[in-house]
Write a protein that binds this ligand. Structure first.
Ligand SMILES: [Zn+2]
Ligand SMILES: [Zn+2]
Length: 379
């Protein structure tokens, strides 16, 4: 268990941001790359290992929090690291900077390029992200809601701290590479004898193999765990919106950080209400007499029925706003409007009495109406 001051190693303050930590790490790694220190290689290697270990912890919010609280991280990081410093003698070595690329890929994102020098098995790889869907009601969008989310993920096995070895200690030297982590092969070629080397496939370059598998995880270092979290969904969230829970995903490989959990929010629609940003749209239908004389209507709003007075002489297609009756903004909680379009319905048939009244009405406005072919123009 390491009790080193990782902040001191990376020369950053205790409240350094992740970008500051990354920058400090890049700088130090360049300075202490073992291939640049041919004379005091051993010292550089030690230093290099330390820097890497510090970065692995401080770059992972979960591990960093653990380190801040307890002064160490339970899971020994870097112990299975695949960094190989034994590259001399390789005619295809890319010079003093060979290996840089791979190193950065390991920590700053994955690359599809898999080099023979660093086996995928030994890299610290971030765990996979998990997506879960949560369904909420429209009213939950107004006030926010707390939801319990249950899902299954891979976690680092506590029994072996992710090493896969029983009691976390039972390692033995890899018999295939004798603990060097690399396999050397001599080849007779056109140019003479050439030595090539590759990462040992048996130990993944760590030089150690598990002699007794952890009984809890069967040597995988990971266990399946049911996870239950409470998530506060803020007001204003939109259908299809995503919330990220850092480190809520699957455990990483070889001490890599946890992936993230993404919670996809689906909002159940209310029939007849259409959302567009913070505004909500609906329609109300009245008949032509109501439009002419004015009326009172009940509108299905987000928070139940809203009563609205329709003034006399309202035209078809008139739009009115119920101010502040829309959805809240996810940023500042200010609410949008409920926008209502008025449809005016013309009766498709009239009773004798209604027709007479309308004819009388027509006389008052001097309108010309059909007398003989009543109904001819009806749709
Ligand atoms: Zn285990
Ligand atoms: Zn080996």
């Amino acid at each position: 268990m390491s009790k080193k001051d990782y902040y001191e190693i990376l020369n950053v303050s205790k409240d350094a941001s992740s970008d500051e930590i990354k920058a400090a790490y890049r700088k130090l790694v360049k300075k202490w790359h073992p291939d640049l220190h041919t004379k005091d290689k051993k010292i550089a290697e030690e230093k290099f290992k330390e820097i890497r270990e510090a970065y692995e912890v401080l770059s992972d919010p979960q591990k960093r929090a653990q380190y801040d609280r307890f002064g160490y991280v339970g899971q020994q990081v870097g112990s299975q690291g695949g960094w190989s410093t034994t590259q001399q003698g390789n005619p295809f070595d890319q010079g003093p900077f060979g290996g840089f690329e791979d190193l950065f890929e390991t920590f700053f994102g994955q690359s599809p390029r898999s080099s023979s020098r660093t086996s995928a098995k030994s890299r610290a790889v971030k765990g996979e992200d998990i997506y879960v869907t949560v369904r909420i009601e429209t009213k939950d969008v107004l006030h926010g809601v707390e939801k319990e989310i249950e899902y299954t993920r891979y976690e680092v096995c506590e029994a072996c701290h992710g090493t896969g070895a029983k009691n976390g200690t039972a390692f033995k030297t890899c018999p295939k590479c004798n603990g060097t982590g690399v396999i050397r092969q001599q080849q007779r070629t056109f140019f003479g004898v050439m030595t090539t080397q590759s990462t040992c496939d048996m130990c993944g370059g760590s030089g150690k193999i598990i002699s007794e598998k952890c009984p809890v995880c069967g040597g995988r270092g990971l266990v399946t765990k049911k996870k239950k979290i409470k998530l506060r969904i803020p007001p204003g969230v939109e259908d299809g919106g995503r919330m990220r829970v850092p480190n809520g995903g699957h455990a990483g490989k070889n001490g890599g950080p946890y992936g993230d959990l993404f919670v996809v929010i689906r909002v159940k629609e209310i029939k007849g209400l259409k959302r567009d940003g913070q505004n909500v749209y609906s329609e109300v239908t009245i008949d032509f007499v109501q439009a002419a004389l004015g009326t009172t209507v009940e509108i299905d709003g987000l928070e139940g029925p809203e009563v609205k007075v329709i003034p006399a002489g309202t035209q078809p297609g008139t739009i009115f706003k119920l101010k502040g009756k829309g959805f809240p903004s996810i940023r500042n909680r200010s609410r949008g409007d409920h926008i209502v379009k008025v449809n005016v319905e013309i009766p498709r048939s009239l009773t004798k009495e209604q027709e007479e009244i309308l004819r009388k009405y027509a006389e008052t406005t001097h309108s010309t109406v059909n007398t003989k072919h009543r109904g001819f123009f009806r749709r």
